[in-house]
Design a protein around this ligand. Structure first.
Ligand SMILES: NC(=O)c1ccc[n+]([C@@H]2O[C@H](COP(=O)([O-])OP(=O)(O)OC[C@H]3O[C@@H](n4cnc5c(N)ncnc54)[C@H](OP(=O)(O)O)[C@@H]3O)[C@@H](O)[C@H]2O)c1
Length: 282
């Protein structure tokens, strides 16, 4: 398959590019420099030149706190950029997959959020991502929308890379103990994304590693144990102690019923995925 990956230098974009290349696809990895998705003209020209079979949009404005003071920029990338890509994908009759977030939910649910739950974002970032979902679906009915959360992997700055550095410095660590999500290994996410590009797999899908989910504190303790670092130096703190500009859902754990309906297996447990990742990079 000839696949264009946008936002290809980001955490998820790198994983998708690597996985699809390993799977034998021809991949054009377009970073921000190669394609600014907020330019409708540039998007159109890119599709004309590449003639892809599928486009995976990993480009996004992902600064959750920054979005609170930059709503226009957040919307221009996360909504308008997605719309332009979906429109061109429709014109070229190619598969289009765009990535969204667990932050479209308000966090008040007790258990997991499935694709049937109503999103109610509480941050500018979450709102812009939800508008992007709506834009994709409105522009191109065959869009594939993948919501994921708490992604860790190789490249870029993510909560695991930051944590690993701090743990290795042998300093005390604090981690939020009252926000719960589903950690997701970028490589496992990429594999599922590639599966969803097969014909007939349109619509909304939650993609996250299996298990009951965890808090950032629980994730940090699991990482410390795998790395052989003393986990007692990690202290749980409430999210409110960080005084961050953007509110985050206290619970954004994701579960997919739509992937199960297609007969796709659950992703591996997050602890297994974390172990695989850490053994690979340690
Ligand atoms: N990481 C997570 O925990 C997580 C959780 C849930 C959902 N997601 C979603 O997963 C997707 C990928 O996120 P990520 O974690 O890979 O984020 P990331 O590492 O920040 O990557 C996003 C990429 O998008 C690029 N970009 C920004 N504006 C662009 C534009 N106008 N045109 C083209 N590219 C642009 C960025 O390039 P520059 O840096 O050069 O601007 C960056 O390389 C996003 O949709 C995000 O909402 C991520």
């Amino acid at each position: 398959m000839k696949i264009v990956v946008t936002g290809a230098r980001g955490l998820v974009g790198r994983a998708v590019t690597a996985h699809c290349r390993d799977a034998g696809d021809s991949v054009t990895a377009a970073g921000h420099r190669e394609l600014d998705i907020t330019s409708k003209t540039a998007v159109r020209a890119f599709f004309e030149r590449e003639q892809p079979d599928a486009v995976v949009n990993c480009a996004a404005y992902t600064d959750v706190d920054g979005a609170e003071s930059n709503p226009e920029l957040s919307l221009s990338v996360n909504r308008d950029g997605v719309r332009y890509l979906a429109g061109s994908a429709k014109t070229h009759r190619c598969a289009f997959l765009t990535i969204s977030t667990d932050f479209v939910f308000d966090g008040n649910a007790e258990g997991f959020y499935t694709e049937d739950d109503v999103p109610r974002p509480i941050s500018v970032y979450g709102k812009s991502k939800l508008e992007g979902e709506h834009a994709a679906a409105a522009e191109y009915e065959k869009s594939i929308i993948v919501r994921t959360g708490w992604v860790f992997g190789t490249g870029g700055t993510n909560f695991l890379s930051t944590l690993k550095d701090v743990l290795n410095r042998d300093e005390p660590v604090t981690a939020i103990e009252d926000s719960f999500g589903t950690p997701t290994f970028a490589s496992d996410l990429a594999e599922r994304i590639r599966e969803l590009l097969e014909p007939g797999r349109n619509g909304l899908f939650h993609v996250a590693n299996s298990g009951p989910g965890t808090s950032y504190y629980g994730f940090a303790v699991a990482a410390a144990r795998i790395l052989g670092v003393d986990s007692t130096k990690i202290t749980g703190v409430p999210a409110s102690s960080l005084n961050r500009p953007a509110p985050r859902p206290a619970n954004s754990r994701l579960l997919s019923i739509n992937a199960s309906k297609l007969g796709l297996p659950d992703l591996p447990f997050w602890q297994d995925a974390l172990g695989r990742h850490l053994s690979h990079i340690s």
